[in-house]
Design a protein around this ligand. Structure first.
Ligand code: HEM
Length: 434
């Protein structure tokens, strides 16, 4: 048996373009032709990446904490998040940071941020146009960015917040295009100027603003997550230094802002195409249903398509023996649309999660194991609160007849045209009905 499971025979440049331009049809065609396990070869990589979607294979991959980071992550992220980012460290250094950074993202500490989310969402909805189409994705980006700036960075001064939001928004937008991603891959493969170099100046300006916030929080800690980082200690009693705190703030921004906004845009897209689900969500005060809606939206429209590892030791999947050093990733969308796990896998049916919560390795929108998303509970909370807040204030209908196509934005699967909607005040609907 060859070292790699079979996969498409097209040249890497073709496989890469198919993946960047039509990811779902590329994945579906691989599933049809090769089954549960296959190898794809992307431009810029010397060896194929093995994709798996069976929950047992995903469990086998994620339950070995020693596996390494996926290839290319450091190269792509380090210019933005810095070298000591939680996203980039491995082994003991990584675990030490996780321990220090996790507490504010759980339990009562996390729930304390619900009011912040509610207020930010309410304020944003006030400014939405009424009666004419607009894209909801950018509104969700504005909301999740404001939530991070308030709850995580603790920037309460509105002028500073606006300035930071503008600079950060520009930095993230500049890193988001498929063209830039393709450029990065090309420069890695063939050399030439680094397309990421011009981000340096932007990063410096942002660093200066963040340093000022850190200094203030050191002098006067508050309730935000930055204040917790400033006062927290590693097991050896040492604090995080300022430079590292900046890296972790940028990490939380990069990992938590676009992802949550996109997940929300997808949830609205699905809800507007499924009026009965939307009606039930609006009518019911029950927390269980909104949780099920969020779980089902993350199943059917996973925002991050891959969350892989480079094997530290041999992995056996589906009759293949994958050698240490092999790159392996769950193909999250394929894992989430398996007919053996999800009857009618392509239907949007939140009810499937009312009887039972999602199974750990068959539902992996947040990855798994020692690198599972530390913001998962926070993101789900934010989604529930924003959904409730928006739907209690406006009635939404789709502005386009067809559901959104999956497009790639940065490393995410994103709605191609930003989920265009038309909003009407809820009160007028009530008056209309009366
Ligand atoms: C719906 C929204 C979100 C999705 C779909 C998502 C998804 C993911 C995934 C798949 C990973 C695992 C990457 C890997 O395997 O290496 C991850 C990691 C991470 N996420 Fe999220 N995330 C979301 C929201 C957030 C939020 C709100 C935050 C924080 C504010 C956050 C912070 C992080 C961090 C710091 C990591 C790195 C964890 C580590 O390496 O130990 N995420 N996220």
């Amino acid at each position: 048996m060859s070292a790699f499971p079979p996969g498409p025979a097209e040249p890497p440049v073709v496989q890469t373009l198919r993946w960047l331009l039509r990811p779902i049809s590329f994945l579906e065609s691989c599933r049809r032709r090769f089954g549960d396990v296959f190898s794809v070869t992307f431009l810029g990589f010397k060896t194929p990446m093995v994709m798996v979607s069976d929950p047992d294979a995903i469990r086998a991959l994620y339950t070995v904490p020693e596996h390494h980071l996926p290839p290319g992550r450091t190269l792509a992220l380090q210019p933005i998040v810095g070298a000591r980012s939680l996203l980039l460290l491995e082994g003991r250094e990584h675990l030490a940071r996780r321990k220090l950074m996790l507490p504010p993202f759980h339990g009562a500490r996390m729930r304390a941020y619900e009011d912040t989310v509610r207020e930010v969402a309410a304020r944003d909805v006030e400014g939405w146009p009424r009666g004419e189409p607009f894209a909801i994705h950018p509104r969700m980006q504005a909301i999740t960015l404001a939530v991070i700036l308030l709850a995580v960075f603790g920037v309460t001064d509105p002028v500073r917040r606006e300035r930071l939001a503008e600079r950060l928004g520009r930095l993230l937008a500049d890193t988001a295009s498929s063209g830039l991603q393709f450029g990065v891959l090309l420069s890695r493969r063939f050399g030439g100027p680094d397309p990421l170099a011009r981000l340096g100046a932007q990063r410096e300006e942002i660093d200066a603003m963040l340093s000022a916030e850190i200094a203030e929080r050191r002098a006067d800690p508050r309730e935000d997550i930055l204040s917790m980082f400033v006062t927290a200690r590693f097991e050896d009693g040492e604090p995080m230094d300022d430079e590292e705190i900046r890296d972790q703030l940028m990490t939380l921004l990069l990992a938590g802002h676009e992802t949550t906004a996109t997940a929300l845009a997808w949830t609205f897209d699905l809800l507007l195409r499924h009026p009965r689900v939307l009606e039930r969500l609006v009518a019911e005060d029950d927390d269980a249903y909104v949780r099920a809606v969020v779980a089902e939206a993350l199943r059917l429209r996973p925002v991050l398509p891959l969350a892989g590892r480079r094997l530290s030791r041999e992995l056996r999947v589906d009759g293949h023996v994958l050698a240490p050093g092999t790159d392996v990733t769950p193909a999250i969308w394929l894992a989430h649309t398996r007919a053996d796990r999800y009857p009618e896998p392509f239907a949007f049916r939140p009810e499937r999660f009312l009887q039972s919560a999602p199974a750990t390795y068959a539902w992996v929108p947040f990855g798994g194991g020692v690198r599972r998303c530390i913001g998962a509970a926070f993101a789900e909370m934010e989604m529930r609160v924003v959904l409730r807040e928006v739907l209690s204030r406006v009635e939404l209908r789709p502005a386009t007849p067809a559901a959104e196509r999956v497009a790639r934005r940065n490393v995410t699967f994103s709605p191609a045209t930003g989920t265009r909607v038309v909003a009407a005040p809820r009160a007028s609907i009530a008056a209309h009905a009366a």
